[in-house]
Design a protein around this ligand. Structure first.
Ligand SMILES: Nc1nc2c(ncn2[C@@H]2O[C@H](COP(=O)(O)OP(=O)(O)OP(=O)(O)O)[C@@H](O)[C@H]2O)c(=O)[nH]1
Length: 334
């Protein structure tokens, strides 16, 4: 819903080469309660100012020297390609009214000014403009929600698949490697069972932050459900480059968390697939990483397993010691 506060805070630009007309319109607007007002007598300034200020309404005189209102609207339309041109044309010439509407103005006011009419037309236009802006904002929010996990704000599976696909395309062109890490917390169910679901949620949020901190800005960290996350690392020069990030994630996640004054520790297991060795498609990358995760769990948890590589034996009696895969055998990129 649009509030009176929203309406009166709308950004309005008054453009007329006659300073008296500008002052009169500003006085009418101020008297009505509008507080975010700007003005100019130079039509040449309108586009540059709109670029910076994104006005909700531009009251634009049509007959002006150097650049008339029609030319100004031509330029404004280039800025507002998918949007709604917030122009209220001002004209003394009856024959300009239709032309102004055809040129993109949403409405017009005539000179000499009729104050009651001006106030109503401004209000009508602003209502449409502000509803339009809200709709755009809501659309953007819906789009964000469709692609992100609501608990952690991380990309969800849908966005993740897109990112893996882009990373593979990039790697094909650059002849580099992509790694997909399938990350699953060890014994997370026990946290829920002993501390409650809310603490479990907090832990998932804190783990998300740790994963982001342990990754590069260009990597994608996603939550794909429950206590399962994925990290996509692009532009690996050699497959061996995965050992550092995997080890870092194991260590970061394993540092203690303070949740409602309780120290909580949790470890994680990671399955890793590497393009182009393990898989050439998004689905295969994810399912191969899943199988590798199964191996990591089987190997004692708190470790990572790279699908294409053979793991070395777990260090007996030391659950905290990660099982590392053997150094990879170098293969040429197909
Ligand atoms: N708090 C919380 N719990 C969740 C959420 N989604 C799933 N879970 C719980 O997370 C647990 C995940 O199950 P598992 O992966 O089998 O649990 P685990 O103890 O980590 O098992 P391992 O991976 O074998 O170590 C289940 O108990 C789910 O109920 C959530 O959004 N919040």
């Amino acid at each position: 819903m649009l509030s009176a506060q929203d309406l009166y805070a709308a950004k309005i630009l008054v453009v007329d080469d006659n300073r008296d007309n500008v002052n009169l319109l500003l006085a009418i607007l101020e008297q009505e309660g509008y507080s975010n007002l700007d003005s100019t007598t130079s039509s040449l300034e309108v586009v540059a100012r709109h670029k910076i200020n994104h006005y909700d309404l531009i009251m634009l005189d049509i007959q002006m020297p150097l650049m008339d209102g029609f030319k100004v609207m031509d330029e404004l339309r280039k800025l507002e390609q998918d949007a709604w041109l917030p122009v209220l044309a001002i004209t003394a010439q009856p024959e300009h009214k239709n032309t102004a509407l055809e040129a993109g103005a949403k409405d017009f006011i005539s000179k000499p000014f009729d104050v009651v009419e001006i106030i109503q037309r401004i209000r009508n236009m602003l209502e449409v403009r502000l509803h339009f802006k809200n709709a755009l904002r809501n659309n953007a929010e819906l789009h964000r929600l469709a692609l992100h996990d609501s608990l952690t704000g991380l990309p969800n599976r849908r966005l993740l698949e897109d990112r893996i696909s882009t990373a593979i395309e990039h790697a094909k062109r650059k002849r580099t490697h992509v790694a997909v890490m399938y990350i699953d917390l060890d014994g997370f169910k026990e946290v829920n069972d002993t501390l409650g679901h809310e603490s479990g949620d907090s832990l998932l949020q804190l783990v998300s932050e740790r994963l982001i901190n342990a990754s590069r800005g260009e990597d994608t960290v996603a939550r794909i459900g429950g206590d399962e996350f994925m990290v996509v690392l692009g532009e690996l020069n050699v497959p061996e480059d995965i050992h550092g990030p995997a080890q870092k994630i194991l260590e970061e996640v394993a540092r203690p968390y303070l949740i409602n004054d309780v120290d909580v520790t949790v470890t994680t297991s990671i399955g890793i697939s590497i393009y182009p060795f393990d898989a050439a498609s998004v689905e295969m990358m994810m399912s191969t990483a899943d199988q590798a995760l199964y191996e990591a769990k089987r190997n004692g948890r708190n470790c990572y397993h790279v699908a294409s590589l053979e793991p070395v034996a777990n260090q007996a009696g030391s659950p905290a010691a990660p099982v590392k895969s053997a150094p990879p055998v170098r293969r040429d990129i197909p």
